[in-house]
Design a protein around this ligand. Sequence first.
Ligand SMILES: Nc1ncnc2c1ncn2[C@@H]1O[C@H](COP(=O)(O)OP(=O)(O)OP(=O)(O)O)[C@@H](O)[C@H]1O
Ligand SMILES: Cc1ncsc1CCO
Length: 525
Amino acid sequence: MDIDFSLYLVTGRELLPPGKDFYETLEQALQGGVTVVQIREKSLDTAEFLEICQRSKSICDRYNVPLLVNDRVDIALAVGANGVHVGQTDMPIAIARKLLPPNTVIGTSCNNVEEVKKALSDGADYIGIGAVWATKTKTLDKPVIGVRNVGAMLEVLDGTSVQAVAIGGIKSKNLLRTLYGSVSRTNHSLDGVAVVSEIMTSDNPKEAAAYLRNILREFQSGSSIQLGLCTQPNTHTSESITREIVGLMVLMKKISPLIHQITNNVVIAQSANTTISIGASPIMATSAQEMSDLSHICDALLVNIGTLTQDAYLGMLEAGVCMNAKRKPIVFDPVGVGATAFRKSAVDDLLNTWQASVIKGNAGELAALSGITEVESKGVDSVGTGFKDPVTFIRNLAKRERCIIALTGKTDYVSDGKSVAILKNGHQYLGEITGSGCITGSCIAAYCALASRLSESKPLKEDKLVRGDVFVGTISGILLLNVAAEIAAARDDVRGPGTFFPALLDELANLTPQVVSERVRVELA
Ligand SMILES: Nc1ncnc2c1ncn2[C@@H]1O[C@H](COP(=O)(O)OP(=O)(O)OP(=O)(O)O)[C@@H](O)[C@H]1O
Ligand SMILES: Cc1ncsc1CCO
């Protein structure tokens, strides 16, 4: 039978609020829009489990919603369930298939690519990919997968009719992140999500289910190719981008967005001053306790891990979640990610927890982030001349990370997964001072914030993770810094990197639209 896996409720009576009846919760969840139910009960004797499944089946039948039984093939058979869900250590799929009537749906749990391949060869109809997030409802004996690793598992299902749901810690607050992050490079997305506690623990399961279903509907009606960003892929030209940059520039000083920056202690003052010179306002803050308040008043967030500490890491986790909730841009700079295991694991956790709008880095950092060795790093610096084919590299990375990627260096590249902008402004002095990449991040955040502010009056569909055209915002931030660098470097009073930086701040503050439109060098690939 065909099952709509969109909102898959997995039950668990132990989670019910005090005094709430299980069957009442089930019925209300169905009224809210649950599309399939799995009855999962831990440590119940057969008679009791059978009775729960029987009564649940008749309730589900009234709503025309299929019922699946966890683990127990005999009980599924006894109640005429629509399917069973068997774990990796339960009855093998082939044997369950023999025992159950034709058309019974059989699903299994997968934690990695190998298990997905096995589920395919065993003949599963659907797979539950989990645990995607850490969860309190189940003791985990396998690693948490993380949203960014689901895509590789979905890719194994390309060309098959096997459906996939994500499971483990999924709630309304991380649902969009889960849906948008769990997409393969081939654009294979989830067929649904399994939810346990948000519905089972609710006093109002109908409302809880309806809220989740609404977000799912918006996602399913949108185009997952667009990464959840409000960009307009493939409609740009070099001329249109130049016009947009100049248009944004004129508005920057008028609107002066507020940019929250969690950055490294090498460049704090440098970054705050650059932000002011470009026409925006900085606030530097790292404590987790103030992130919620800051997300109300700030227009964008910059997260830079240059001198990461455990406390700053906790602040970054919280800040990103708050900004995602407000659909405001997050620019992420994984400084020196290849240098230590602490940075690598922090970057994985941060990017799994919230959706960055832009990830920027030099070639060594983006290579390390992608797990490839083509370009090496020396601490925070990239070694050598970069990627052989940077255009293909960043287009693929943008598809994998589901956001804008900016690769900096002598030439800068920006991609939204489709278009790639190649930016040729700049000066070698930028490579000769510390923190030029960090201040590039501040400029990107300022222009993404402005793009986001300008789209405030437009309606935002539920399926968009961030307001504003952050592709153009990213290009603008990089180009304006680089044009100012060219002008500063050419000044008579600039004799090397030491005199260059103050001159750069001056020239950034003094840039005019006319000079920018004459000097900008942008091409599209
Ligand atoms: N040789 C160069 N010529 C022109 N522009 C450059 C050159 N080197 C760097 N830039 C510019 O400097 C900015 C920062 O890029 P870069 O790749 O140096 O960052 P980074 O290595 O992350 O810096 P840091 O680690 O010091 O913060 C980019 O906008 C880039 O265009
Ligand atoms: C030198 C340095 N070390 C950590 S952060 C930083 C600034 C440039 O990225």
